[in-house]
Structures are given as structure tokens and as C-alpha cells.
Design a protein around this ligand. Structure first.
Ligand code: 8QM
Length: 402
């Protein structure tokens, strides 16, 4: 690490943010990169990195200077063929980005979700009742965090029941593919074509139920708000962004609460804190750890110039624990105001599905705190390594219900 204090030299790091050691525990690297300076050059990938809140936030909101259309992974779509047709939301800039965004923002907005609320609350109650009637020891990932989103979200989109087992593997590969072509991408490469083909097949109008998000996207195409060529790609965005992210966010919140019993008690006493708990968990864990942008033209960051066309890696997770922005950033604390975190991004690309995710978390937490007095880990937890996601393999827990 070159710190180059006062010399004007660009700090550099030889670290591999996508190596297994960092994926197991990224916090030391995040601190190192934040402390190195407002911008750091990563020698291993020949890219620039931002790890401080101020610079990450500034890059996220400056969509003109930091474009998305060249891809938000390491690969540059200008010089390398993308593995899938680029997303009209994530991997597009205005003006192409805007109509699909408007359509989804309405379909996934708080008003539209009101009809789902009672159903999801009841679904969560049933799931938790069934689980706890059989046992008080279970895996918070496999038995809860995976089950609930996979039960409610694909139904809400309106895709067929068959084939849903492909959703998590498709997402796992998608989020790996934003990183370098390392062993994680390698292990998914053989199955990626079939998973992508499956996901794209689910987006065809005749397969979708009449009352789901998918049908609402096609209805927007009927009204001319997006084209009928765009509609299936917008449906694909739901299947791409809406499953693994919520599974690992719910896992994170369950882990946070299992390891912070005082916060569980606080939530039990004030169930209305469920939404704060969710956002604090998204800040604390940052299920989406990183995304890239591409410098549209030469751009000044922290006294250095990034040449146009170069990739910039934004560490959302590091920004979300930057002590320059947050008091006691490593504490999971329901008394703080987590708003302003960049776990959902910021600016025109900020997560359009966040109200859906928040509703899932609210439903599951509300059902849990109604029955569970306390929760504790019963054995070693296991991470699931992914190039983009801070993911969980296993969180064994025991709960007390009386
Ligand atoms: C990440 O395909 C897409 O539109 C898409 C895929 C992944 C995400 C967002 C959008 C941020 C959750």
C-alpha cells in the first residue's frame, strides 16, 4: 500500500477484493482502502476504487460522469461482449433507462404494494407457525431467509411454479459475473446459459399470471410506456435483482438479531421498528457489496484524475461503515437513523424494488417477534462466497417461544 501522504501520488493496493480471504471477511480491506485515501488504484485489476462514504455517494448520484451503460461489473461492454443482454435498468443510462424505470417504480411503489401487504403478513405468520410447531432449532438461511422470498416473490411476479429452483443459482451466477472471471464465475459458467435461457423464458407474456408484476409490465407496454421488446427484459430485472438480494438481506438481519440480543428485545418491545431494523441490517451487512461504474470522460476524484473509459469500483459496504459518516459504524443499533446508507445505491439507479424487500422483511420480522422471545446461534455459521453479494450459507439458531 502506497499512502503517499502529501506527495500527490495515487494510493495503490495489491489486494484482491474478490479473493476468498476477503470474501470471508471484507472488513479489514474496507478499512485499509478507506484509510488509504479518497481514491485508490487496485493493481490486480487495473481499476480505481472508492471506499469512503463521501466519494461513493458522489459517484452514485453523478450518473453523467459515472456511466452504467458500459456495465456495472469489471467487464467493459464497449470492448467485451456481455454474457446476457444488458439490463434496461441497471446497465443503461438516460434516456434509455428512464421509461423502464418509471414503469417499475409505479408497479413496485408503496401504493401498489398495499394490496400485497395483508397477504404477505398472513403468509409469514403461516410459515413461522409451521416452522416453530415442529422445532425450536433450525437454519435461519435454509428454513427461513430462503423460504419466505421464494414463496412470495415469484408468485407476486406471476411466473410458473415449475423451475423456480433455478432462481437462486441464476442470481448467484449473475452476481458473480459482475466480478472478475475467477473460480466463482468458472464454477457457474457451464450452467449459466441454461439458467439465463430459463429466466428469459419466464418473461414471456403467456406464461405470466394476470395479476402479477409481470403482467403489469406487459400492460405498460400495451399503453406504449415501454416497447413490447423491452417488456420481457424488464420482467427479467425482477427475477435478476429480486431474489438473492432479499434472501441474503433477510439472512443478515436474522444473524444481526441472533448476535445482538438487546436489539432483539428492543424489536420485540417495538415491532414498528421492523423497517428500521431492515435498513440498519442493509447498512450493516450491505448484501450488495460493490458495483462498478465507468468514467464517461476524465473525472477528478479526491485530487486525482480518472481517465475517461476507466472502471471505478464502488465499495457500498465500506461506505456504509465509514467512521467519517457513521458513529460506531460496526454496531448493529436500532436506535440509529440508518437512512442515507448506500446499500440500495443512491440517485437514479437506487433500488427500485426496495419497498418490496422492506415489506418482505417487515412481514417476516413481525411474525417472528410475535412468537419468539429470544434467538441464539447454536453452532458455527457459514458464509457463501459471491463476487458481489455478502451471502450466507448457514446460520444455525435456537429460539425460545415461551
Ligand atoms: C442488483 O438485471 C437487472 O436489472 C438487475 C440485476 C441485479 C441488480 C439490479 C438490477 C442490484 C440488485
Amino acid at each position: 500500500m502506497t499512502t503517499a501522504l502529501g506527495s500527490g501520488l495515487l494510493p495503490t493496493s495489491d489486494a484482491d477484493p474478490f479473493g476468498h480471504e476477503v470474501l470471508e471477511n471484507p472488513l479489514p480491506l474496507h478499512a485499509e482502502l478507506r484509510d488509504a485515501g479518497p481514491i485508490v488504484y487496485l493493481t490486480k485489476y487495473d481499476v480505481y476504487a472508492l471506499a469512503r462514504y463521501e466519494q461513493v455517494r458522489a459517484a452514485l448520484v453523478d450518473w453523467q460522469g459515472f456511466q452504467s451503460a458500459a456495465g456495472v461489473g469489471l467487464s467493459n461492454f464497449r470492448t467485451e461482449k456481455p454474457w446476457r443482454t444488458p439490463s434496461l435498468l441497471l446497465e443503461a443510462d438516460p434516456p434509455l433507462h428512464d421509461a423502464p424505470r418509471r414503469v417499475l417504480a409505479r408497479i413496485l411503489g408503496p401504493r401498489a404494494l398495499r394490496t400485497l401487504r395483508d397477504r404477505w403478513m398472513a403468509d409469514a405468520e403461516r410459515l413461522v407457525d409451521r416452522l416453530l410447531s415442529g422445532t425450536n432449532e433450525f437454519d435461519a438461511v435454509a428454513d427461513l431467509a430462503e423460504v419466505f422470498p421464494l414463496r412470495v416473490f415469484p408468485d407476486a411476479v406471476g411466473i410458473p411454479k415449475e423451475g423456480r429452483q433455478h432462481l437462486l443459482p441464476y442470481g448467484d451466477h449473475l452476481f458473480n459475473a459482475f466480478g472478475p472471471a475467477n473460480d466463482l464465475v468458472e464454477k457457474g459458467a457451464a450452467g449459466a446459459g441454461e439458467l439465463l435461457a430459463w429466466a428469459q423464458q419466464q418473461c414471456a407474456r403467456p406464461l405470466l399470471t394476470e395479476d402479477g408484476f409481470g403482467a403489469a409490465i406487459w400492460a405498460a407496454a400495451d399503453r406504449g410506456e415501454i416497447t413490447s421488446e423491452q417488456a420481457p427484459l424488464v420482467v427479467r430485472s425482477l427475477l435478476s435483482a429480486g431474489v438473492d438480494t432479499t434472501v441474503h438481506a433477510l439472512s443478515a438481519i436474522l444473524y444481526a438479531l441472533a448476535t445482538n440480543p438487546a436489539q432483539w428485545q428492543r424489536l420485540r418491545e417495538h415491532p414498528a421498528l421492523a423497517r428500521v431494523a431492515f435498513d440498519e441490517a442493509v447498512r450493516w451487512e450491505s448484501p450488495v457489496q460493490t458495483f462498478f461504474r465507468t468514467a464517461t470522460d476524465d473525472i477528478r476524484i479526491g485530487g486525482h484524475t480518472v481517465p475517461g473509459g476507466r472502471k471505478i469500483l464502488m465499495f457500498l459496504a465500506a461506505a456504509n461503515r465509514d467512521p467519517r459518516r457513521w458513529t460506531d459504524p460496526d454496531a448493529f443499533d436500532l436506535s440509529r437513523d440508518p437512512s442515507g446508507h448506500v446499500g440500495f445505491g443512491m440517485g437514479i439507479h437506487q433500488c427500485v424494488g426496495q419497498h418490496v424487500a422492506r415489506l418482505e422483511a417487515e412481514a417476516l420480522l413481525t411474525a417472528l417477534v410475535r412468537r419468539v422471545h429470544s434467538v441464539e446461534l447454536t453452532g458455527p455459521v457459514r458464509r457463501h462466497h459471491n463476487n458481489t453479494l455478502r451471502a450466507w450459507g448457514s446460520i444455525p439458531v435456537r429460539v425460545r417461544t415461551r
